[in-house]
Design a protein around this ligand. Structure first.
Ligand code: SF4
Length: 182
């Protein structure tokens, strides 16, 4: 429960596969029971899947981050001519403009769209060349809402990081939305 404002839950964005929605490239999901049990009493989730939103469909070609002469691009694993970088970035900016009530975001870890850290990157020849990437959608959204509290489901398993995220989200809510009709 939201202790400061017990009559309402705090809205946050979330990668929809974490809620059990079957939106992954292979038609699966990544349901996270900690989120749907412990955190569902505090937060009102705004589930979003950027890859579905930009029209890739389910199932779809898997995508990955690729180092190119033009910088890091999001391309099809088996179809390099498929480049969805700009579409994912544009959708991140669009969500930031449309969902002005969100006070935080739980992202799916390691995704080339939703990952906020440690996403695998590849060379154009298909060799792994690092794990310091960030998902194109997440990067655009975070840059469009400076300071928005974010976390991924891997960090959320740690009690200290989870509590820190809840505190930050509550602080954002107090600062930007408390007292407004909702
Ligand atoms: S990680 Fe993001 S893009 Fe991938 S299935 Fe989950 S919500 Fe969709």
């Amino acid at each position: 429960m939201n202790r400061l404002y017990p009559h309402r839950k705090i809205p946050i964005g979330i990668s929809s596969c974490l809620l059990g929605e079957q939106v992954r490239y292979d038609g699966g999901h990544r349901h996270n029971s900690l989120i749907t049990t412990q955190l569902s009493g505090i937060f009102e989730f705004r589930p979003l899947c950027p890859e579905v939103a930009i029209g890739l469909g389910v199932p779809r070609q898997p995508i990955q981050l690729v180092h190119t002469a033009q910088g890091i691009r999001v391309r099809g694993v088996h179809k390099p001519e498929l480049d969805v970088t700009r579409k994912l970035q544009a959708y991140g900016q669009q969500v930031a403009t449309r969902y002005t009530d969100i006070c935080g975001y739980i992202f799916k870890a390691h995704s080339p769209s939703c990952g906020t850290r440690g996403v695998a990157t590849w060379t154009e020849q298909g060799n792994g060349d690092g794990t310091n990437g960030i998902g194109a959608y997440a990067a655009a959204l975070i840059s469009a809402i400076p300071g928005l509290p974010t976390i991924d489901e891997a960090a959320l398993q740690d009690p200290a990081q989870r509590q820190h995220f809840i505190t930050e989200v509550t602080g954002w809510y107090q600062k930007n939305h408390a007292g407004k009709p909702g």
